[in-house]
Design a protein around this ligand. Structure first.
Ligand SMILES: NC(=O)c1ccc[n+]([C@@H]2O[C@H](COP(=O)([O-])OP(=O)(O)OC[C@H]3O[C@@H](n4cnc5c(N)ncnc54)[C@H](O)[C@@H]3O)[C@@H](O)[C@H]2O)c1
Length: 274
């Protein structure tokens, strides 16, 4: 007999993809804690989702805040079923041109934030079972010129997730799953101000996804956990091939960057012409 859905947490859920994932979890019957660094955004998202959503200001870099969110859900919902590590930040440009605090921010939010959320969730789920969904990126699978530190942080998030999944199984813990979703560029606020930014061209070089397409992939892994899901799948194969043959992959990157620039210019022209 399947059990009734209980608590869920989504980080970085004040806007963008995270807000939509929180909505999908409410639809699936979970009591969802919408968390974000931006307290007002978390509050507004939760209010829009109705009585099954609560909110909390949580900076994923701070382990104590992350653990407190976990404990609140356990107290309110009795069990933690789903934890989605979605919070992320992107700053573009070559690493050597970025200020140290910007490089650190990406590593801390995208990588350490995923570690903090995953460890907190495992603490609650190891007895009762549960599912951790980590929103990574295609940048976690391959080289991304213009987004090098972001790519480093996402490679770290993916490596950590897969290693921890293996550790869970080695420890005989079968009831906790970890699924990583690795989308191509998504048209969310993260990219809305990047049309004029040549360094982010690669984010526009494939199929620019609608956030709903990524939410569909998250729904897919919630139904059937999978260690890695690239969105779209075809781009996942493409970037993995480039990664398996790095010299060839590096030679192809300028073409992908040029394609991304063309898409950016087209979208910018369309935006300017209203
Ligand atoms: N937009 C894309 O092209 C794209 C592509 C692949 C993967 N992703 C990933 O998807 C996830 C969601 O991104 P999005 O596109 O919705 O971006 P977004 O910028 O719209 O939303 C990110 C959210 O994270 C929150 N956040 C930032 N720092 C935080 C912190 N320290 N603690 C808690 N919350 C924090 C922000 O306040 C914001 O609400 C991220 O992990 C991102 O890296 C995005």
């Amino acid at each position: 007999m399947s059990r009734a859905p209980a608590g869920a947490v989504v980080t970085g859920a004040g806007r963008g993809l995270g807000a939509l994932i929180a909505g999908a979890l409410v639809e699936r019957g979970h009591r969802v804690l919408v968390t974000d660094l931006d307290a007002e955004a978390a509050r507004a998202t939760a209010a829009a989702l109705g009585p099954e959503a609560g909110w909390a200001a949580v900076d994923v870099r701070d382990e104590a805040q992350v653990t407190a969110a976990r404990d609140r859900v356990l107290a309110e919902a009795g069990r933690l079923d789903v934890w989605v590590n979605n919070a992320g930040v992107l700053a573009t440009g070559p690493a050597w041109e970025q200020p140290p605090d910007v490089r650190r921010l990406m590593i801390e939010v995208n990588a350490l934030g995923t570690v903090n959320g995953t460890v907190a969730a495992i603490g609650a789920m190891r007895e009762t079972g549960g599912h951790i969904v980590n929103v990574v990126s295609l940048a976690g699978l391959t080289a991304v010129p213009g987004e090098a530190v972001y790519a480093a942080s996402k490679h770290a998030a993916l490596g950590f997730s897969l290693s921890t999944l293996a550790d869970l199984r080695l420890a005989g813990i079968k009831g906790v799953d970890i699924s990583c979703v690795c989308p191509d560029g998504i048209w969310t606020p993260m990219l809305h101000d990047k049309l004029d930014d040549p360094a982010s061209a690669l984010s526009f070089s494939g199929k620019l996804l609608r956030p709903e397409e990524v939410v569909a992939a998250v729904r897919g892994v919630l139904d059937r956990p999978r260690p890695v899901t690239a969105v779209p799948r075809r781009r996942g194969l493409q970037v993995r091939l480039a990664d398996a043959l790095p010299s060839l992959g590096l030679r192809a990157l300028p073409l992908a960057v040029a394609r991304g620039r063309r898409v950016q210019r087209r979208m910018l022209a369309r935006r300017r012409s209203g």
